[in-house]
Design a protein around this ligand. Structure first.
Ligand SMILES: [Zn+2]
Ligand SMILES: [Zn+2]
Ligand SMILES: [Zn+2]
Length: 391
């Protein structure tokens, strides 16, 4: 009994001694590392040989107070800053790096609201950007709508500058209107009122470069099928099926998205990271193929200068099948002298009051800018909408 007690006392003494020594070593290492990371000015007039680099201290992130960051990485322990807080300029309060504002409910945690434009964007957004994304062409086989003949539909896929398969990216699918193509949202040269030509992708490049938005993948798809003499518009049912069964699975399987695979279950799980939008007829299709038929796959919708059957939208959103799917964002917009202004605006203000989970100014926004039914308007509104888009 006595022997046992003495043994326990000895063990306790050794344990305390070890702890003391370990704490001492750790403190010494931290002090040493701080001394190393602090700028030391060598005395003038004394020639000193280049000192051998000191080994990087092995302080674990749990024991580190992260006293200083360099490029978002703690100089002491290598911890990568998660940027938990930032100021209204978008600078992280811990590491000083620029971060992207996010506007859930229309307001960023720093108190900032989105930078909404009502006139043409500053000139630099209509100019090529040094950090340019790349465009991949892709096509898939389908059938001539309503005629049962085989056909090929093209799509363009924008990958942001520095696309890295090790990262995950949000995906925006955009649909165009009449007399446009799958290149219009990306590379078609468009003309400004002053005669300058620009491409829509320059806006995305610039917004990503300036950290106004996170890098994303943009798929410019088409609900039109062009043949030599005329074009066919897909039925809403066929386009919805192509979005769900062809376009999204292809993107998820071939690029790094938030969906683990291209299977429906994985796509639906990642629905907050997939958005659908379009201009003119592309807006009709966003309502009819997206909101009404593909809500499990997309949680955000951008509707520019379109219209749709409001009764069908309300009925679909409130249906037993779709009621459990939240809508992250419904952004509707048009130009002030846009021929589709009345339709788009009427649609928004009919649908929102009738759908319980849509709230004007929280997850539903209607915006008017100066412009007609043209790409000038859509260049402004895609800039506005992209800021709200993803979590
Ligand atoms: Zn640290
Ligand atoms: Zn940070
Ligand atoms: Zn912010």
């Amino acid at each position: 009994m006595k022997e046992g007690k003495r043994g326990a006392l000895a063990a306790l003494f050794i344990l305390v001694l070890c702890l003391g020594v370990a704490t001492g070593i750790l403190a010494a290492r931290i002090t040493e590392a701080r001394r190393v990371s602090a700028p030391v000015s060598a005395p003038e007039s004394v020639e000193t040989a280049e000192p051998a680099p000191e080994p990087i201290p092995s302080v674990s992130p749990e024991d580190c107070g992260h006293p200083a960051y360099e490029n978002g990485v703690c100089v002491l322990c290598g911890h990568i800053c998660e940027h938990p807080f930032h100021d209204t300029e978008g600078l992280c309060l811990l590491c000083g790096q620029r971060v992207v504002h996010h506007y859930p409910g229309g307001l960023c945690s720093c108190g900032r609201t989105p930078d909404l434009h009502t006139t043409l964007l500053p000139d630099r957004f209509y100019e090529p950007c040094e950090q340019a994304g790349s465009i991949r062409s892709w096509s898939y086989e389908t059938s001539v709508w309503g005629r049962g003949l085989p056909a090929v539909v093209r799509a363009g896929i924008y990958l942001p500058c520095g696309y890295d398969p090790a990262q995950r990216y949000n995906v925006l699918v955009l649909l165009h209107g009449l007399r446009s193509t799958e290149e219009s949202w990306l590379t078609t040269p468009l003309e400004l009122p002053d005669g300058r030509f620009y491409e829509m992708r320059w806006i995305y490049d610039r917004m990503i470069e300036e950290k106004i938005i996170e890098p994303l993948i943009i798929v410019s798809a088409s609900q039109y099928l062009y043949t030599q003499s005329d074009n066919f518009k897909s039925s809403y049912e066929q386009m919805a099926a192509e979005l769900q069964d062809v376009i999204l699975p292809y993107v998820a399987a071939n690029f790094s998205t938030y969906a683990a695979t291209g299977d429906p279950d994985s796509l639906i799980l990642a629905r907050d990271h997939f958005a659908l939008g379009g201009n003119s007829w592309g807006s009709y299709y966003t309502y009819d193929t997206g909101m009404c038929q593909s809500l499990p796959y997309f949680s955000s919708f951008l509707c520019f200068s379109g219209d749709a059957a409001t009764a069908w939208i309300v009925e679909s959103l409130e249906s037993e099948r779709l009621r459990s799917y939240p809508v992250r964002l419904y952004y509707s917009a048009a130009g002030d002298i846009d021929v589709a202004r009345k339709g788009e605006e009427g649609c928004f203000y009919t649908v929102v009051p009738l759908v319980e989970r849509l709230h004007d100014g929280e997850n539903a926004f209607f915006h008017i800018c100066e412009g007609g039914h043209d790409w000038g308007t859509w260049s402004i509104e895609i800039y506005n909408a992209l800021q709200f888009l993803f979590p």
